[in-house]
Design a protein around this ligand. Structure first.
Ligand SMILES: C=CC1=C(C)c2cc3[nH]c(cc4nc(cc5[nH]c(cc1n2)c(C)c5CCC(=O)O)C(CCC(=O)O)=C4C)c(C)c3C=C
Ligand SMILES: [Fe+2]
Ligand SMILES: [Fe+2]
Length: 340
């Protein structure tokens, strides 16, 4: 085709389809400046912090960014993948991407991943795809439950990048999958297998979701309802009752009220109620990260055992497991219908 083009015509690449897995992002290192750069970008996002900018800017820059990077850097250091010198969230997202690329090989589909904050940036990945000839791009925010603080801001960032393109690709966004029967079956099987592998029988299994200010729920963010629905559907899939599988919310940030019950407070109270053997998982996350590994697998265990608990086990996220990847492939193929 290119030899039919007039002289000085820009190259026209072969048409392809792009699939971009979108996740939150993570620092490039555990040092103060790497963590600070990441937190500054994250906590300056008005989809995440809705406090008016004139009020939030001094709080963020003079208070939060002077202490939190050090504290968070220490937490990241405890879970850092030292072999790859990378945060688990990025290591796992890359594994998911490479695995999906192998599954879609031979179909002229380019698969990549991008982060909302930090690297690889959404803009750089979309520019790379456009240059490679992707005239149709499927954006896949890897958040099972929709929230403006995660899904919407990931899509916003992608559309910001498209705004600067002369030849803009056609774009689709994959919807949240909190109630997709195939997702529920995958997660349900992972719970059943995770519990079967334990050397104790849990009195209770906790689904601990990332929290959010209650105010965002009141303003219409459906995240809270979607978390509850995921757990209700899991109960139905597993044939368990309410006493066996409960919902909590973790990772509270700042002084305002967040969704309740809080995971840490619940773990501290359960042993007094006679619940001494617990398994816990984090279904708001498609990949293990600081919030699951350091806060739940490590910190949650300390809280529970110090309060008199006897056994505590963390069931990992779906990550790049066979079941997790089967689900991502199914969902991506469904969302690509009509394009391939
Ligand atoms: C400040 C408000 C925050 C809201 C609202 C929020 C929502 C939210 N976040 C996730 C997923 C992840 N969050 C992660 C880290 C993280 N989250 C916040 C704050 C809010 N999140 C902070 C400040 C941090 C950084 C770590 C810390 O300083 O505590 C991560 C992990 C990133 C990693 O590098 O491993 C994920 C993933 C969801 C699903 C969500 C929905 C309501
Ligand atoms: Fe978060
Ligand atoms: Fe709700």
């Amino acid at each position: 085709m290119s030899n039919l083009l007039p002289p000085n015509h820009p190259p026209v690449p072969k048409q392809k389809i792009g699939v971009v897995l979108l996740n939150l992002g993570t620092p490039d290192g555990t040092d103060y400046w790497s963590v600070r750069r990441y937190l500054k970008e994250f906590l300056s996002d008005p989809r995440v912090i809705e406090t008016p900018k004139w009020l939030w800017w001094p709080i963020l820059n003079f208070f939060i960014l002077s202490v939190r990077p050090q504290k968070a850097g220490h937490a990241y250091a405890q879970i850092w993948d030292r072999e790859k010198n990378e945060s688990p969230l990025r290591v796992i997202t890359r594994e998911q991407t490479e695995n999906l690329a192998r599954r879609l090989e031979g179909e002229d589909i380019v698969v990549d991943f991008a982060m909302r904050y930090g690297n690889p940036s959404t803009q750089s990945v979309l520019e790379k795809m456009q240059t490679a000839g992707c005239q149709r791009i499927l954006l896949v925010p890897l958040y099972p439950q929709y929230s403006a603080t995660t899904t919407a801001t990931a899509n916003d960032k992608a559309f910001d990048a498209l705004r600067a393109m002369r030849w803009q690709p056609a774009v689709r966004t994959a919807p949240a999958y909190f109630d997709d029967p195939a997702y529920i079956a995958t997660l349900g099987n992972s719970i059943r297998d995770g519990v079967a592998k334990l050397d104790f029988e849990p009195d209770l299994v906790i689904t601990s979701y990332h929290g959010m200010p209650v105010d965002y729920l009141k303003k219409g963010d459906p995240y809270h309802c979607q978390c509850h629905k995921t757990t209700r559907l899991l109960r139905e899939y597993l044939g368990w009752d309410k006493e066996r599988l409960m919902v909590t919310f973790q990772s509270r940030f700042g002084p305002t009220e967040w969704l309740q019950p809080y995971t840490d407070k619940t773990l501290g109270e359960l042993p007094k109620k006679g619940i001494k053997k617990v398994a816990i998982l984090a279904p708001a996350f498609s990949a293990d990260c600081i919030e699951t590994l350091e806060e739940i697998a490590m910190g949650g265990k300390d809280t529970f055992l110090e309060a008199g608990g006897e056994n505590y086990a963390y069931i990992p996220c779906l990550n790049a497991s066979q079941g997790g990847m089967d689900y991502i492939e199914t969902m991506v193929r469904r969302e690509l219908q009509g394009w391939v």
